[in-house]
Design a protein around this ligand. Sequence first.
Ligand SMILES: [Zn+2]
Ligand SMILES: [Zn+2]
Length: 301
Amino acid sequence: MLDGKKSGTETFLVKVFAVVPLLALIAAIPIAWGWGLSWTDIALAASFYVVTGLGVTVGFHRYFTHGAFKAKRGLRVALAVAGSMAMQGPVIGWVADHRRHHAYADREGDPHSPWRFGTSAKALAKGFWYAHMGWLFQRDRTNAKRFAPDLLKDRAIRVVDRLFPLLTAATLLLPALLGGLISLSWWGALTAFFWASLVRVAALHHVTWSVNSICHMIGDRPFASRDKSANFWPLAVLSFGESWHNSHHADPTGARHGVRRGQIDISARVIWLFEKLHWVSHVRWPKPERLARKLATQPIQ
Ligand SMILES: [Zn+2]
Ligand SMILES: [Zn+2]
């Protein structure tokens, strides 16, 4: 299941990249109070949030991890690049961790279950932290040969995986460059770096991590499942549909997670659009009869 340990430098960098954007997010509130936020910053932050966020939800998650559709070569590489720019780790490791999560969801072997320390209030507080961020700082490396052999076989994906440090630099510097060029000022570059690089990365980090923490603790569980996955509606829009997490665990390869009436799922909309453009095919849209069978008919453990 595991494959060696991460190096000290690697875990140090994970800490830096997880904590610095978070500090920026906290600092953002007083800074926003009156100065240092322009419409350019907002537009850049929103654009980078959407592109990198969809890179993770449509690309890393629904496509690479679960094979919810087949994509043309160019789109396959583009999704790997866009997802890498979310600063959540290189694509192969991300996919290996997430496949391990589904294989052992909320049991021993799950890389980030909030239930690993027990069910008392104290154990759950510790578990929440662990599922949200703490697990990232562990040194165990998921065995990619076992969990992501398909990606290891693909040369282009291996190249994108190795370019992760460069893509991290790009995702941090591009907003600053664009902000500087649009405003023709160093100040514009600085505020764009603050909002569209640091704050944007932190916001997406916490939304993604909330799927691992909150969506395995709080919410509705309409579908029978052996794990504790739950649908948490308040995050549906910001997570691009990923917070319909109980539905996702019930039907992991499905292209749409918001399977019930009124459940907004922006990632599914984007896949639908890609299908209309003939960029993707063999989309696994949820089948009503399959879903009906899975609706909670057995008690959830
Ligand atoms: Zn899950
Ligand atoms: Zn999944």
